[in-house]
Design a binder for this molecule. Structure first.
Ligand code: SF4
Length: 211
């Protein structure tokens, strides 16, 4: 995000959104760069020695977290290098920490995620003792309705990225498909995080991350 006005706008929205998430029981951080986000994640948010599950995320991918998570200091449930993806995702439900991106975040402190299998939203809702979300300010919407629409609208790109054989992965247009590869099956709205103090952490980055 090079344009200084976009950067300024991102900071205003990012700081206000981070405050809204804090009010809803999240531990929230606002940072300017991907590098700062990575440092914050590994220096402050994620203790050494814990078990870690992962949700598929372009943002985590851009942060290049895998080499560190694989260096032996963590017990990683590695969904990207495993014999049985289904079992790794099941194990991840009991990880100490679950790391993920988000499909959308609202200015009022709500999070929206859409899944195919539900493995990511299941872990975000319950199971792991801690959930850490890293996301760019481009994920912030003004309303919950816009957040849900955003989660739906990016599904074609997620299908393309994950090799799902859906109509939208060919044309970019949703046909409300009815096939096994359908991406849009599970929708999670995280309204509030006061239930388990300290469970949810948000790292909001003033960059365009993922889609
Ligand atoms: S419902 Fe099917 S066609 Fe529509 S966006 Fe989701 S996966 Fe693509």
């Amino acid at each position: 995000m090079d344009n200084k006005y976009r950067k300024w706008f991102g900071e205003q929205r990012g700081r206000r959104a981070a405050e809204a998430f804090q009010q809803k029981g999240w531990q929230s951080y606002y940072v300017e760069t991907l590098g700062e986000a990575k440092k914050l994640l590994f220096d402050t948010c994620l203790p050494k020695g814990v078990s870690v599950g992962l949700g598929g995320s372009e943002t985590l991918s851009a942060m290049d977290v895998l080499p560190i998570l694989r260096n032996g200091e963590y017990k990683l449930y590695d969904r990207y290098n495993c014999a049985d993806h289904f079992e790794v995702c099941r194990d991840s439900l009991m990880a100490d920490y679950f790391l993920s991106g988000a499909n959308a975040l609202t200015m009022a402190g709500e999070m929206v995620n859409m899944d195919c299998s539900g493995s990511r939203v299941a872990a975000m809702a319950y199971g792991p003792r801690h959930v850490i979300v890293a996301a760019g300010v481009n994920k912030i919407t003004d309303t919950l309705e816009e957040a849900i629409a955003r989660a739906k609208s990016i599904a074609p790109m997620n299908c393309k990225r994950n090799g799902h054989k859906t109509p939208c992965a060919e044309t970019g247009v949703c046909t409300d498909c009815n096939i096994p590869d359908r991406m849009c099956n599970q929708l999670l709205i995280t309204f509030n995080a006061q239930k388990f103090a300290g469970k949810y952490t948000l790292i909001l980055i003033n960059e365009d991350m993922g889609f």
